[in-house]
Design a protein around this ligand. Structure first.
Ligand code: SF4
Length: 438
């Protein structure tokens, strides 16, 4: 039996893992970033974005595979909303949740309604789910690392390796705790390092620690294991060199001096915090579990350790007022962040944010409200105007000099418009399947 695992545009860790598990079980597997497969294969689509479900290219690829007689199965983060996947793509089934056990069963028995963790289209309409698959074993075979991994650059890293699964947080816009659970399952250090060696052998130049919040590695019974995190980073640095390790994503309430010291010593020395907003009301609505003051304290702690700080912000959260948006601007003004990433609130299906967006009349959702302020002539929505304005504002308050040329101005404008259009497309998709949420 031959498999092609497709990970559109980038090789995600999850796709490499699924391909590695199949290969370890003795199957003939190809891992591809491109939409291509051969006749007679089982095609596994590892999809990490709702936008993949709306892509014309993806839809026609799946139709073509069906006309070749290939079986197509979708999995990955989009499997959290199988009704939408089966409604949008002509795939044969969806592997729901952590798919490691499910793909092995498909390989052994063929696509069958007896296999747990699958969703199928029901005759006459609707979706039928088989029993739930148990969470996958965190100790597993080596991922299939593609020979061109050295060419990959995801925020500066060749790959984000998985050190643990789950997140203790409950951010309303995020899929991680819903997909992997709120309990942390950590991998053995030896296993991680064996994998790091393999990535290095295959040409990976920089590796990053993933898992939502890196410092949750070996978190148990409500307690951090600082020693385990320090050992993890030290071992990674010993293999790759500290200049080639990053441990970027971290919650503002998941740092200590010991954790920051280790990040300084064993990594490139950057932290990426999801600050999201300068308004405590919006942070509460988002379920962030931290206040703007805690965020400020986190920045001060990082500075004390000589670390660079980047921040992610979300604008256009339903009901975000102009005053609350201004608080986000003030937060940026006060902290002189080394880098800033801005996105418009995207309602990933099955998240609490998706429910809130469905319950918010469009005329009160900044993603649809026409902007009537200082950028009126640019014909933007309120979310787009805030995204554009915040990108310009953040540039003025970065330690390094940034000059907003016409080119930069246009690039920011274009990215705000694209983000706005993408978020509206996902919102429209939600409304199309609204019946499901009633
Ligand atoms: S802390 Fe990060 S990974 Fe965890 S729920 Fe919030 S956004 Fe998601």
């Amino acid at each position: 039996m031959r498999f092609t695992v497709i990970s559109p545009e980038i090789y995600t860790y999850g796709a490499m893992l699924i391909a590695g598990i199949l290969k370890d079980a003795g199957y003939d597997v190809t891992l591809s970033k491109d939409l291509k497969a051969k006749k007679g294969e089982i095609v596994m689509l590892s999809l990490y974005s709702t936008h993949h479900l709306m892509s014309d290219e993806m839809k026609s690829f799946v139709r073509e595979q069906k006309s070749l007689g290939n079986t197509c199965i979708a999995g990955g983060p989009v499997s959290a909303y199988p009704e939408i996947v089966l409604g949008e793509l002509d795939v044969d089934a969806v592997a729901v949740g952590e798919g490691e056990e499910t793909v092995l069963k498909i390989a052994e028995y063929g696509l069958s309604k007896e296999i747990p963790g699958l969703a199928f289209r029901k005759d006459g309409g609707g979706v039928v789910m088989t029993s739930s698959a148990p969470p996958a074993d965190i100790n597993r075979p080596m991922p299939l690392i593609p020979p061109d991994i050295s060419q990959q650059d995801i925020r500066g890293a060749s790959a984000y390796i998985e050190t643990h699964r789950g997140c203790i947080g409950a951010c309303t816009f995020c899929q991680v705790p819903r997909f992997f659970g709120r309990e942390i399952r950590s991998r053995e250090l030896n296993d991680i390092i064996r994998e790091v060696k393999e990535f290095k052998k295959m040409g990976a130049t920089r590796l990053s620690v993933s898992g939502g919040t890196g410092s949750l590695y070996q978190y148990k019974d409500g307690k951090f294991d600082e020693d385990a995190f320090v050992k993890l980073l030290a071992a990674l640095a010993a293999e790759m060199g500290p200049k080639n390790v990053s441990a970027p994503d971290i919650r503002v309430d998941c740092i200590t001096d010991t954790i920051l010291e280790a990040i300084k010593k064993y990594t490139i020395g950057w932290l990426f915090f999801g600050f999201e907003s300068g308004s405590d009301r919006i942070l509460r609505l988002m379920g962030k579990g931290a206040t703007a003051e805690q965020a400020s304290e986190a920045v001060a702690m990082c500075r004390k350790h000589g670390l660079k700080v980047a921040g992610c912000f979300i604008v256009g959260y339903p009901t975000e007022t102009k005053e609350e948006y201004e608080m986000t601007k003030e937060f940026i003004t006060e902290h002189w962040l080394d880098d800033v990433f801005i996105s418009i609130a995207e309602p990933i299906p099955e998240t609490p944010l998706a429910k809130l967006v469905l319950d918010t009349p469009k005329e009160k959702n900044p993603t649809y409200m026409p902007h009537t302020g200082e950028y009126k002539s640019l014909k933007l929505t309120e979310s787009e105007a805030r995204s554009f304005d915040l990108q310009m504002h953040a540039d003025m308050y970065k330690p390094a000099l940034h000059v907003v040329t016409d080119e930069v101005f246009n690039a920011y404008l274009q990215s705000a418009r694209k983000d706005g259009a993408d978020v509206r497309a996902v919102t429209e998709l939600l409304f199309k399947y609204k019946y499901k949420y009633k």
